[in-house]
Design a protein. Structure first.
Length: 190
């Protein structure tokens, strides 16, 4: 990838931050009014060159939620407001700060947890860690998530091999158009 992508990431992140500056406090107040715990959720993720960084999101789950990947979480851990934030991807907005810190990109492979050994191994095989992870990625557009590590890393590889600003724009527009929305949190069963 190149300097143009980095410039676009920073410029877009600053622009988004300026546009959404009024929105962040509203989400924070809503989170505080509807559930106990902090507004922000921080979790260690694996980034470029396998560097570990702290990914920042709006908190969507109860404070007693186990630290495992989303598809392993029962739905009863997600707060009612959290369901909406996750479905609309509003919970991802604080990752703009990760972009400004140089840890993430707007578009790229989604960052995995430090405990997701299978994903890490698959991504190592395909040299996925040569790029910064993104807030949105090609795999998401096609409905592929962390629960299918081999398929996920294949899409990540396709993205890297075919990268262009045009591809990033297509992915961004697809995400804005509703592709990749939804959530893999399991429904609660008794």
């Amino acid at each position: 990838m190149n300097r143009t992508k980095t410039f676009v990431d920073y410029a877009a992140a600053i622009l988004l931050l300026l546009i959404l500056i009024w929105f962040y406090p509203l989400v924070a107040i809503a989170i505080k009014l509807t559930s106990e715990g902090p507004v922000l959720f921080r979790q260690l993720r694996v980034g470029k060159d396998k560097a570990v960084f702290e990914c920042i999101k709006f908190r969507t789950m109860t404070i007693d939620t186990p630290n495992v990947s989303t598809h392993e979480i029962r739905g009863d851990y997600v707060t009612p407001l959290g369901r909406f934030l996750r479905r609309t991807k509003i919970d991802e907005l604080p990752q703009i700060l990760n972009i400004l810190r140089g840890e993430m990109s707007l578009i790229g492979p989604r960052p995995c947890l430090t405990t997701q050994d299978t994903i890490i191994a698959e991504r190592e095989k395909r040299h996925i860690f040569c790029v910064k992870p993104g807030i949105a990625g090609l795999a998401q557009v096609y409905g592929v998530d962390m629960s299918t590590p081999v398929k996920l890393s294949r899409y990540d590889s396709i993205y890297i091999k075919n990268w262009s600003l045009k591809l990033d724009l297509k992915i961004a527009l697809s995400m804005l158009g509703g592709k990749g929305f939804g959530d893999r949190v399991r429904k609660f069963t008794h």
